[in-house]
Design a protein around this ligand. Structure first.
Ligand code: FES
Length: 296
């Protein structure tokens, strides 16, 4: 699949699926996708619930959500292509054009911005010659402005394929993208000792673990400062038994588990019934009779 449209995406382009992305999968690739999809779908009572991981699975193969990937998800999950596209265009982690091998996200949310994130963005964007959601011509780096990464204590923060690079500067981030483009090993500030590729990470997000989730340090020194202070001063968290407790008249009223006749809670509606209950038979992925009956 050609990467000719790296770096030339426009807002309109995000909604346009390139014709090449509709090329059929090779037979062995398609067989592998079906095999993996069956494992993902089996985790959910309703197969349509598997759409988000399946879109990541498509990205792990194609590098973005292709037209053929949308067709695949729709067929496997018994959805329309419009329903699949509606989801794929809603979440920013799903790419509608070829993505780089590394997504480099520069946090420009409030705290990071004032701590230098805006400056990092300006300099790195100029250094690479690309803007938001654009990719270097070599297909290595897709640059993104990202919102708060819940790592404000390490501001300004940059992420490469969702691995943290803390306390960044314009120079350190330019070095990071240069190293990524040169194929050098880069080590995140926390977590695993390497940054996996976009396709590798997409497979993890689809639910296939790579064994790296617990590797490395999870919380850095800044995040642990409060805990250290508490230890130094002998503070402990309330155990729920001592200190202030709610008086009887502050206790919430006991409520019945039963729902009034004709009413549904958010989880017991017919729409949320497992596929087995709806069809009175086990959900299957590739039930050709069911598919043919639906299509006819
Ligand atoms: S504002 Fe950047 S991590 Fe929170």
């Amino acid at each position: 699949m050609s990467g000719d449209n790296y770096g030339i995406q426009t807002a309109a382009g995000h909604l346009t699926v390139a014709a090449e992305s509709k090329e059929p999968y090779a037979a062995d690739v398609l067989a592998g996708l079906h095999e993996d999809a069956a494992q993902v779908v089996a985790k959910y009572p309703q197969k349509r619930s598997a759409l988000l991981p399946l879109l990541h699975l498509v990205q792990s193969v194609d590098g973005y959500v292709t037209g053929r990937g949308i067709d695949f998800c729709a067929e496997v999950l018994d959805l329309t292509t419009a329903e699949v596209s509606g989801v794929a265009t809603f979440y920013t982690q799903y790419k509608r054009h070829p993505n780089g091998e590394y997504t480099v996200g520069i946090c420009t949310n409030t705290l990071c911005a004032i701590m230098g994130g805006d400056q990092i963005w300006d300099e790195v964007s100029e250094h690479l010659g690309i803007g938001h959601d654009e990719t270097t011509p070599d297909g290595k780096v897709t640059l993104e402005r990202v919102e708060c990464n819940a790592a404000c204590d390490f501001a300004p923060v940059v992420m490469a394929n969702w691995e943290f690079f803390d306390n960044q500067t314009p120079d350190s981030t330019k070095q990071l993208v240069d190293d990524l483009r040169a194929g050098k090993d880069v080590k995140p500030s926390r977590g695993p000792a390497k940054v996996c590729t976009f396709k590798q990470v997409s497979r993890v997000l689809a639910g296939f673990h790579d064994g790296l989730a617990d590797e490395g340090v999870g919380a850095g020194p800044a995040s642990l400062e409060g805990l250290k202070l508490a230890h130094d001063r002998g503070w402990t968290a309330p155990d729920g038994k001592s200190g202030e407790t709610a008086t009887d008249d502050q206790q919430p009223e006991a409520t019945s588990n039963e729902t009034a006749a004709g009413r549904h809670t958010s989880t017991d509606s017919a729409a949320n019934a497992p596929d087995e209950a709806v069809d009175d038979k086990p959900a299957t992925l590739f039930d050709e009779n069911e598919k043919n009956g639906k299509d006819s």
